[in-house]
Design a binder for this molecule. Structure first.
Ligand SMILES: C[S@@+](CC[C@H](N)C(=O)[O-])C[C@H]1O[C@@H](n2cnc3c(N)ncnc32)[C@H](O)[C@@H]1O
Length: 385
């Protein structure tokens, strides 16, 4: 069967995530990155298990089945038990814009009518050619209705799922404790970074700057194990109830976690030994990046902030080398600051020895007008280098 995935706001993140999850789980026999919004893949796996894979992702907004020729009978078959329903039309074909989408929807409505079905349709909002996830959820199109996606090369898609926005919102906003002063990593970014670690079911991650535990929660939610450490006692005190609350709410009794106070800069041999004896297969983190900045900085201010973060990176990478593990993967945020003379970036050579291979770079996460940019890197320790 052929399926499609629609990328979210940052397609290069979605594609990186797809490639790594596919390497770890091997769900697609073949795939094509059709355009910056769309991946079409072939799979022999059951739809149920592909749906589970889809819900692992942080960077995709749609999962569905591809039909080469969408005979209306196929649709009727999908909707047999309903005589009255709503459908939506989205286009992921750069040649099909709103006029073509409207025409298609009107024709489809007539065809449905000829089969005795009473329908109404939902179209994308102004300036868009695809429905927003909120529209699909709000109109309950995937429960009682239907979303048809116009794809290139006369292909059509019928959507099966959108992200579980309620679950994302729950982890984002309903956690018992959040330390707003420290800054937290966006939940979706945390999820995509974990996926870029390319770990397999039952494996685990270490977050050495766990804060209130966003990265840990995303890992545990995917069924991975997690160890979180942080210099701050408060951070450990916050992430413990956050994790217990989430594991209980989701009835997750299988994922294991441990938390510990640990300063990556200090030579804390006793606690390092404890970390060393814990099993984990990848390291995923966003370091402390200084107090949130409101104004564009000058170069000296940006360099000062970055030097502090470089010290943290030196500490972590020294520890990671001391672990002595083969092919250890690290997915982390490297900060860059906007200055009056352009962007200033952290100096990788201050902490990255030759034995670290760069697997991925050039993934930039920022909002319009933001002063800080998160550059996502994937490194792998290669002792032969
Ligand atoms: C940006 S927060 C991390 C966000 C967090 N990973 C999340 O999931 O939301 C940075 C954290 O780094 C911690 N930190 C700062 N210096 C540290 C050090 N030397 N060793 C370990 N943790 C440190 C802070 O206490 C803070 O909780």
């Amino acid at each position: 069967m052929k399926y499609f995935l629609v990328c979210g706001r940052l397609p290069d993140f979605s594609i990186a995530e797809f490639e790594e999850v596919n390497l770890a789980y091997g769900f697609a026999t073949d795939y094509k990155i059709v355009n910056e919004k769309l991946i079409i893949f072939e799979s022999e796996h059951l739809q149920e298990s592909l749906l589970k894979v889809f819900h692992r992702f942080g960077g995709f907004v749609r999962f569905g089945k591809v039909y080469n020729d969408l005979e209306v009978e196929n649709l009727i078959e999908l909707e047999t038990d309903q005589d009255k329903f709503k459908f939506g039309v989205s286009s992921f074909n750069p040649e099909m814009h709103i006029p073509e989408i409207k025409k298609f929807a009107n024709n489809l409505k007539k065809i449905f009518k000829s089969f005795g079905k009473k329908t109404s349709f939902v179209l994308p909002k102004q300036n868009f050619t695809d429905l927003a996830v909120g529209q699909i959820a709000g109109q309950r199109l995937l429960e009682g209705g239907l979303e048809i996606c116009l794809l290139p090369d006369n292909q059509f898609g019928v959507s099966i799922a959108i992200p579980d926005i309620k679950a994302f919102a729950m982890r984002d906003y309903e956690k018992p404790y959040v330390d707003k002063k420290m800054g937290v990593i966006p939940v979706k970014l945390a999820r995509m970074m974990i996926n870029m670690a390319g770990i397999k079911p039952g494996q685990g991650i270490w977050d050495p700057f766990c804060g209130s535990g966003n990265i840990l929660l995303e890992a545990l939610d995917q069924g991975y194990n997690a160890i979180g450490t942080d210099i701050s006692r408060q951070a450990i005190n916050d992430s413990t109830p956050n994790i217990d609350w989430y594991l209980e709410a989701t009835d997750n009794k299988t994922s294991l976690y441990s938390l510990m106070q640990y300063d990556v800069v200090k030579d804390d041999i006793w606690n390092f030994k404890k970390i060393k004896s814990t099993e984990f297969d990848a390291v995923v983190f966003e370091p402390f990046m200084g107090k949130p900045q409101r104004r564009v900085l000058n170069i000296a201010q940006a360099k000062e902030l970055l030097e502090e973060t470089e010290t943290l990176f030196q500490g972590v990478f020294r520890d990671l080398e001391h672990l002595g593990r083969e092919r250890l993967r690290v997915v982390c945020v490297l900060p860059s600051y906007k200055t009056n003379k352009g962007w200033v970036t952290i100096k990788r050579d201050r902490f990255l020895a030759k034995k670290w291979q760069i697997i991925r770079k050039d993934l930039h996460w920022s909002r319009d007008n933001s002063i800080i940019r998160r550059d996502i890197y994937v490194f792998e320790l290669n002792w032969n280098k």
